[in-house]
Design a protein around this ligand. Sequence first.
Ligand code: PLP
Length: 396
Amino acid sequence: MSIISDSLKRIKPSPTIAVTQKARELRAKGKDVISLGAGEPDFDTPQNIKNAAIKAIKKGETKYTAVDGTPLLKKAIIAKFKRENKLNYTLDQITVGSGGKQVLYNTFMATLNKGDEVIIPAPFWVSYPDMVLLAGGKPKIIRCTEKEGFKLTPKKLKKSITKKTKWVIINSPSNPTGAGYSKKEIQDLAKVLINNKKINILSDDIYEHVRYDNFDFFTIAQLTKLKNRTLTMNGVSKSYSMTGWRIGYAAGPKNIIQAIRKIQSQSTSNPSSISQAAAVEALNGKQDFIKIRSNAFKARRDYVVKSLNNIKGISCLKPNGAFYVFPSCKGLLNKKTKLKNDTDFVQKLLEKKNVAVVQGSAFGLDGFFRISYATSMKNLKKAMERIKLFCNSLNR
Ligand code: PLP
């Protein structure tokens, strides 16, 4: 009999973390690897946020806090939702966890019964299906094509709903495609959901602050008729370059928030007290960092999209948010190139040219790959040159 639980057999390790790890190993062996696999900003955490953490340590804020967040942080989160999204919440409608990842994990553990279905539009963030599986639920993957801008359409949403549907996930701007849903697109999805009163909506807004070209961010809880069925998850990781601090949060119905607290109280307890103090400063402090950083990301996005579209066999949409692009490599999958699928493509690219990217199939859509451009322009230039050389060698 195996010591490992059966539930673990249902899931796999995160493929994006695996790619980053592989790149690290190759680098340790002396290879000049450029990793475009990581999902984290390369910018440092702003100094005012670091100072707040140092102050918290000096003041002795080093003890357990309330399980799902200090009142001070919850108040900062409430103020954020009011200021940026025109949404009103009370303290008992807010939860804070060790990263958005923990908040999502707790949500599924707290709400799913065996066989409950969760609608996940693909391409998706790699952790959604596995978290759902671990909690005993059933991921219902809906493939959204490049032609659809990689976004869920009302028609596909309607078709995928069954009596067992408990959640639908909306992630905008998206990991891995960077696609953002406009207000109109959200409203159109909402028309389907309003009549299906048993379905809850999980809005993953973690990339809210990474957006370009005046893309007008809109989150589904802003629609009054759906607010009481929506859990809106967000966090400081991507917005404030705080991935290592591990603070994520959500706002939503009291009963779900209460259930999440119960799970957290029996697992990790509160997120780090120091990180919570830092997150208060991130949310309440000056916000100019966001704009400066978005401008830098925009220049990189423009460069990467243009470079990719100049390569024969590759085509790439220009996304309006996050720091990823999701180009197609279908033009290079054929007998001549001897590449059967996107996994072959990314493996050969790493092997031949030392560039690490992630295969689209890891995100539920084959024939594509994900590039994270959250790295220096210098690295990106080198990487694009290598990808071009690699693809040209295949075309020959
Ligand atoms: N949601 C999406 C779409 C993500 O890409 C990530 C991180 O990569 C998360 C949630 C979780 O972020 P964190 O746990 O760092 O807050």
